[in-house]
Ligand binder design. Structure first.
Ligand code: ADP
Ligand code: MG
Length: 423
């Protein structure tokens, strides 16, 4: 080996060290360091899919492509709650009439001493007497099959605070004698349904859940108990960050995923998460009506084909209790907490724009404009299904908010079915 070869070797070593240092340096400057090694590293759905070499049962690639010819799977369901006991006692008048058979909601407004009617049509309308079970059976139950088939499905509860978003999504969460109370909402029913379906299917599966809150565009992990947060060191306590994976997806760094084996495992986590939500809301003097919560169940189902080939399907169900819609209409000039309102605005407004862009098949979908849409990007559009449950109050005192909810929800629906114009 002559001196030229040695100097070449030296040069290669120097260049490699320099490149490595630069890479580390960039990482350092950007403030991203690799997460501490953990036994179950968080994998985004996209990385999961890649690492599992997922294929659909028909052998096609799982890469989600937006099919321009296919109808977008956005369904808008309207639910009107009953007048509360207090409202009845005060003899509050109703301004809403639901005609379930016609899927119509009629709003009565007094204008210049005459009553004006406005009618909205939805994919389905549930009046004040509708049972929790009917809503689940109609709007959510078909999603369970889709999720087990490898689709991503999302249910949003959208509406003014006090109109029944949390009642619809959570309701009564406890089992009584192994069964539901009639008040059980979408989440407990979906959890039970998923486990029942998996058991009857007899396929191997694994299931993970995450539960987070988005407040003021900041993410809180609701599955990390307060006690655990206190014992964490500085590095672990770093706020959860949301980053692009460079391929259009999102990586949520630092979010805990819990592996679950039974419906009860999930109920315990939900109880823990909801308790934490209440505690942090009080501690930080936040109003839960201003925060969005996202509960996600990710399921991998293993299937063995006739040719003895293993297929793994990965589906996800997101159950989203959105911030009160009044955060949109009352924000701006009148709001003191302008930043908060602005951020809330951003997520709710962007969600509306994203859905509009999807149903209109427009080239640009503004996912990147808010954290909520960045978080749910994998589950909005493409090979995914969405159901918006818009909740309203029948009270004449809520009329302004009700109209704004109906407009928001109707926009998502009407674009798809243009002939059904508003009368
Ligand atoms: P939100 O989450 O939209 O702020 P909640 O779910 O907390 O509203 O509902 C407000 C109140 O109204 C709760 O006491 C809830 O039990 C009650 N409620 C809401 N919807 C219904 C309904 N469809 N039937 C009976 N009670 C309801
Ligand atoms: Mg609520």
């Amino acid at each position: 080996m002559g001196p030229p070869f040695l100097s070449f070797l030296l040069m290669v070593v120097v260049i490699s060290v320099a490149l490595y240092a630069k890479f580390e340096c960039i990482r350092f400057i950007d403030g991203f360091s690799l997460p501490p090694p953990s036994p179950a590293p968080f994998l985004t759905p996209r990385t999961e899919r890649r690492s599992l070499d997922l294929r659909w049962a028909d052998g096609s690639s799982p890469a989600i492509q937006f099919d321009k010819d296919k109808e977008v799977n956005v369904q808008v369901v309207l639910r009107c709650r009953p007048l509360s006991d207090e409202e009845q006692r005060l003899n509050v008048q109703k301004a809403i009439s639901c005609i379930e058979q016609k899927k119509e909601v009629i709003v009565f407004q007094n204008s210049a001493n005459k009553q004006v009617e406005k009618t909205f049509l939805f994919d389905k309308v549930f009046g004040p007497k509708a049972q929790q079970r009917s809503i689940y059976d109609y709007a959510i139950s078909p999603f369970v099959k889709d999720v087990l088939e490898g689709y991503n499905c999302t249910v949003f509860a959208y509406g003014q605070t006090g109109t029944g978003k949390t009642y619809t999504m959570e309701g009564e969460m406890k089992f009584k004698g192994g069964d539901f109370s009639g008040d059980a909402g979408v989440i407990p029913r979906a959890v039970r349904h998923i486990f029942d379906a998996l058991e009857s299917q007899k396929s191997d599966y694994s299931m993970k859940v995450t539960f987070l809150e988005l407040y003021n565009e900041e993410i809180t992990d609701l599955l990390v108990s307060e006690e655990h947060s206190r014992t964490m060191d500085e590095k672990q306590r770093r706020p959860i960050s949301l980053m692009e994976d460079g391929k259009g997806g999102a990586i949520i760094r630092g979010l805990q995923e819990e592996v679950v084996y039974s419906a009860n495992d999930i109920f315990n986590l939900l109880e823990r998460g909801s308790a934490k939500r209440r505690i942090t809301d009080t501690m930080l003097n936040k109003q839960s009506s201003r925060s969005h919560s996202i509960f996600s169940i990710t399921i991998h189902v293993k299937e063995v084909t006739l040719g003895n080939e293993e297929l793994i399907k990965c589906g996800r169900l997101n159950l989203v209790d959105l911030a009160g819609s009044e955060n949109i209409s009352k924000s701006g000039v009148r709001e003191v907490r302008a930043r908060e309102a602005g951020e809330m605005n951003k997520s709710l407004l962007t969600l509306g724009r994203v859905i509009t862009a999807l149903v209109e098949h427009s080239g640009h979908v503004p996912y990147r404009d808010s954290k909520l849409t960045r978080l749910l990007r994998d589950s909005l559009g493409g090979k995914s299904k969405t159901c918006i449950i818009a909740t309203i109050s029948p009270s004449v005192l809520c009329l302004e908010e009700t109209m704004s909810t109906l407009d928001y929800a109707y926009r998502a629906k009407s674009i798809r079915n243009k002939p059904e114009a508003n009368r």
